[in-house]
Design a protein around this ligand. Sequence first.
Ligand code: C2E
Ligand code: MG
Ligand code: MG
Ligand code: MG
Length: 275
Amino acid sequence: KTTGRDTYRRFEPALAARHSARHLLTFDMKDAIRRGDFHLVYQPVIDLAAETVTSFEALMRWRHPERGLISPMEFIPVAEETGLIVALGAWALAEACREATAWPDEIRVAVNVSTVQFQHDLERSVSSALDGAGLSADRLKLEVTESALMRDPERVVATLHRLRALGVRIALDDFGTGYSSLSYLRRFPFDKIKIDRTFIKDIAEPDAAAIVRAVVGLGERLGMSIVAEGVETAEQLDLVRSEGCDEVQGFLFSRPLPASEVQAFLRSRRASAAA
Ligand code: C2E
Ligand code: MG
Ligand code: MG
Ligand code: MG
């Protein structure tokens, strides 16, 4: 009993504080969508063979009037719990498609989509984002995580097939961190697998390297290209290249950039390639 009460006393205030912080965040988020306090930053994805930029991943940022910049790791889970992700996700799709129209035609844009969006007419959000921006569907890529596949897989498979029929590409994000059932790779129509940063961080170790190699092998057999996430060092780059990854993304090449810097980044890459 004593222990029980101690435990209760120790945890209750923290829990209450967390609940009210979430409550505040939810309240602020509704306002923020209206006010336009969210924006997207873009991180380049590089093809290893050609050494060219293939696409940019759109990543959401929230500039809070009092708290400053809040990480998506903090606000996306709250947005998912409260259902606000449906509006926020539709906004991100529309904004990313609109901003990508300014880029060269061969450069695609990747947008992260959350599980909850699949239950709320993702196809319509995608179509209206593409139509609204006048962006061709084959320039859009969606990144989904394993958690999106677990709930109502039949419906998700059907949705992904219809999106692909439009020309939209699909990537499986954070591979290796979720339940990673290999059957997902057979059942769902992915164009790409993104190997999670945790494996790339440890790629100098034999067991992490073995996992990367196995995923590359699977990708080759299944016709899916492999992206290494979170490449930070030249050593990691050499290793992901020798393990056979197709594309890389990470701070070694660039941090996520404001939309206004995307074109300059592409120009400077071209200039250094030509030199
Ligand atoms: P993610 O989709 O796996 O995105 C990659 C994350 O890794 C980004 O974090 C990126 O800034 C970070 N990253 C990239 N390269 C490196 C590196 O070399 N080292 C390190 N340490 N980190 C690197 P970010 O922007 O904080 O986003 C975190 C997560 O939040 C994303 O993971 C994604 O799951 C979610 N997220 C972000 N934007 C959206 C969005 O618009 N919609 C949804 N549903 N989720 C989003
Ligand atoms: Mg992603
Ligand atoms: Mg990822
Ligand atoms: Mg992640």
